[in-house]
Design a protein around this ligand. Sequence first.
Ligand SMILES: *[C@@H]1O[C@H](CO)[C@@H](O)[C@H](O)[C@H]1NC(C)=O
Ligand SMILES: *[C@@H]1O[C@H](CO)[C@@H](O)[C@H](O)[C@H]1NC(C)=O
Ligand SMILES: *[C@@H]1O[C@H](CO)[C@@H](O)[C@H](O)[C@H]1NC(C)=O
Length: 316
Amino acid sequence: MILELLFLLQVYGNLVAPYHPSDWKCKHNICRRWIHFHGVTGLTVRGHGRIDGRGHRWWHRKKHRPTAFEISYSHNVHLGGGLTFKDSPRMHVVLNGIRTLSVSNLTIDAPELSPNTDGIHVTACTNVVIDHSQIGTGDDCISIVDGSSFVTVSNVVCGPGHGISIGSLGKNGADDKVEYVSVSDSVFVGAKNGARIKTWQGGRGYARHIIFERIVNHDTTNPIIIDQFYCDHQQCKTKKSAVQINNVTYRQILGTSRKKTAVVLNCSKTFPCTDIVVEDMHIRTTDDNDATYECKNVLGKAQGKNVPRLSCLDLV
Ligand SMILES: *[C@@H]1O[C@H](CO)[C@@H](O)[C@H](O)[C@H]1NC(C)=O
Ligand SMILES: *[C@@H]1O[C@H](CO)[C@@H](O)[C@H](O)[C@H]1NC(C)=O
Ligand SMILES: *[C@@H]1O[C@H](CO)[C@@H](O)[C@H](O)[C@H]1NC(C)=O
């Protein structure tokens, strides 16, 4: 008989981080994270309390800002049940190396201009469900990066924020792999991006078998974007290798775009994006004009009725 230990942490009321960075007790002055669970089998964290990182004093600092909450190398994890994360100094929730994970009924709340405050960062996790959550931050609402597979996101409201992103992948030549991701039945409100895939030049690996469907945008700057030239600093050179982007479907992506170019599929010459499918999209600009698209090195098909019509894809 195998006994599985179950840890349950219920959070009620407010859990607040030290306000002044100098009051944080950090190893060699390097603050990596505030609350950290590592190597737990059967962990539930829930309750309608609030975990407040009080990040205001940190946000202007470039280095060593801590993540508020991380669970790493664990199995069978449940997070949510009305819990709120607020104002982390850096990322709010990092989920790293978890097998079988559900995140449900979570609220994340930070200002639009707080730097690198990703809502939920999923790395090297498999078998993940994230649903019924409301996320507003200064960076990605959800970021899904290397080693993640079988990730299902649904019923999420994102905004402000940089979207639900796969990547970035392939930074500094990394061999990154993400596959089987589904994002559905979600809403972007005043977000910088909606459905986003971002990879660096010079990387390897892939992002594939991905589907975004039944998504509504309200004034999203870039509702659909694939950026294979992602670069968050000034100087990035085009390189020969790239993370391969393959089998990505966008179905029933609706609503309004702040930019006229609502769809950007910007892929590299040496590694074009393949099997990209757009179906039944309807996007107009926020001020109710026709939206447009930009495609580079994309292979795939457009089916159903698409507004705007994507003539860079094969019409079927
Ligand atoms: C979410 O959490 C709140 C507060 O705990 C609770 O009242 C509500 O029923 C939960 N909703 C779902 C869908 O679980
Ligand atoms: C493409 O991705 C979808 C969604 O993950 C998956 O169901 C399908 O099997 C993939 N197609 C191929 C040819 O691998
Ligand atoms: C596509 O990527 C190239 C190379 O980085 C860049 O110059 C161009 O502005 C991008 N296009 C869009 C629409 O983002």
